[in-house]
Design a protein around this ligand. Structure first.
Ligand code: GAP
Length: 438
């Protein structure tokens, strides 16, 4: 499958089956915005849940917050975003398409129509908004990253928990950037979700080994959600391209269908953030180490993740159209929107439907389950494979014990990947499915 073609097929599947829809479509669309549909919201929530469990709940040294999208503008001034979160922009004088010159291969002419460019101007990536009913309201910004609220609450978290350095705070939520370069589906959008960690360490600690451990832990997450390590590339950002305060930054790149690009990142940001916030806010953000009696501004290691990009990577990896024969999303069961589909063999036999309903109602208490009684069984398998449902359960006449009493209260369970069917007792279904989610 040609890779660009693969992206087009994924986009089409997302629309057709309700994973992702183009934003504001009935009004002609709004570039670089998307809405997640009934299956997309399930997959995305499962990614976020897996992230939260792995990075926050499973670690003794981590906790989480859910900070605001609208924060004081002073915070974004202190962080440097107001002054520096800007990209150069050129506009084609003929077709008026806009580009970031630093992302163009040839800056002498417009790649869309060959027209001449305007001079480059700096363009802020912040979305401005005004608080208050009057025109002189307070101007602030929709957060361009989730990290800000973590720094702003670092002291509150310390004071309200028994955590001690080293410890980290994780957060998942929306971020907003007025992006110039767009395209490649949900890879770069105006509104997206991030999952970020600020890991606070002592200035005396061996930051390099803590950094390495985090990097390896991040790859454990890739394993967990079914992204093979061979698809990744660690792009070490050289000294001259790194932010001046960062001693090491790696862009964790991934081989997307449209090419290799940043999926996640990790940076050692020294004490830059908390020092800036201490200075600008006038609030003492020092940490008191009660074992050494020392006070210091903690340094931070920041692993950062884009949830939408992770969603796209997961879909790209799972998508298999078997050379056009049958599309299967080979999602890990943990991430699949539905864990199991329940079918009555025939929909016009009330006794089959009633029995299948009872299986559906029982499993629904434990998993996200889907009911399907349309068409024939083959079509239902086809339909469930396309959305990645790992198991399909069929209730047939044997389940009712009509011809063979040994098979009473057993069903066939069919595996998405092997396409093999086996007969199991209804009472064993829950444990069988549960096992695949471990
Ligand atoms: N606090 C650090 C930070 O925000 P970043 O590399 O600018 O770093 C982190 O963003 C992650 O957020 C990226 O690795 C990417 O996954 C995601 N991301 C950034 N801009 C995005 C956009 N416009 N659309 C979708 N995801 C985006």
């Amino acid at each position: 499958m040609a890779e660009q073609n693969k992206l087009e097929k994924i986009v089409a599947l997302c629309k057709r089956r309700g994973f992702v829809f183009p934003g504001s479509e009935i009004y002609g669309g709004l570039a670089s915005t998307y809405d997640y549909g009934p299956l997309g919201v399930e997959l995305k929530n499962n990614i976020k849940r897996s992230w939260w469990k792995y990075f926050v709940q499973d670690r003794i040294d981590m906790t989480g917050i859910d900070g605001g999208i609208i924060l004081s503008p002073k915070l974004w001034e202190a962080s440097g975003h107001v002054a520096n979160f800007k990209d150069p922009l050129v506009e084609c004088k003929k077709c008026h398409h806009r580009f970031r010159p630093d992302k163009l291969k040839d800056t002498s002419k417009c790649p869309d129509c060959g027209g001449e460019f305007t001079e480059a101007k700096m363009f802020s990536g912040l979305f401005e908004t005004t608080i208050g009913a009057t025109e002189e309201g307070l101007v602030t910004y929709l957060r361009p990253e989730t990290a800000g609220a973590i720094f702003a609450n670092y002291k509150n978290v310390l004071d309200s928990t028994n955590l001690k350095i080293p410890f980290g705070i994780g957060q998942v939520g929306k971020a907003f950037r007025n992006e110039i370069t767009t395209g490649n589906f949900i890879f770069r959008t105006l509104e997206f979700e991030q999952a970020e960690i600020e890991y606070f360490i002592s200035p005396d600690s061996d930051w390099s080994s803590i950094f390495e451990k985090w990097l390896e832990y991040i790859y454990g997450f890739a394993d967990l959600i079914g992204l093979p390590r061979k698809q990744f590339f660690n792009n070490e950002i050289p000294d001259k391209e790194r932010a001046f305060y960062s001693k090491r930054t790696i862009d964790i790149e991934y081989q997307f269908p449209f090419g290799q690009d940043e999926l996640w990142a990790i940076a050692y940001r020294t004490d830059y953030d908390l020092s800036r916030h201490q200075e600008a806010s006038g609030t003492n953000l020092e940490y008191f180490d009660d074992t050494t009696g020392k006070r210091f501004i903690p340094h931070v290691i920041e692993p950062t993740f884009g949830i939408d990009r992770t969603f796209l990577a997961v879909l790209s990896e799972a998508y298999d159209d078997n050379d056009g024969e049958r599309t299967v999303l080979r999602l890990s069961p943990r991430l699949a929107p539905f864990k199991v589909a329940i079918f009555p063999l025939l929909k016009n036999k009330p006794e089959l439907v009633e029995k299948a309903r009872s299986v559906y109602n029982e499993l629904k208490k434990h998993f996200n389950v889907v009911w399907d009684d349309r068409g024939n069984i083959g079509k239902r398998y086809f339909s469930q494979d396309e959305i990645g449902t790992p198991y399909c359960v069929t209730v047939d006449f044997d389940t009712l014990g009509e011809s063979d009493s040994d098979k009473k209260d057993t069903v066939t369970i069919r595996d998405r990947d092997t396409m093999k069917q086996e007969r199991i007792a209804i009472s064993d279904l829950k444990a069988f499915i549960q096992k695949s989610l471990e």
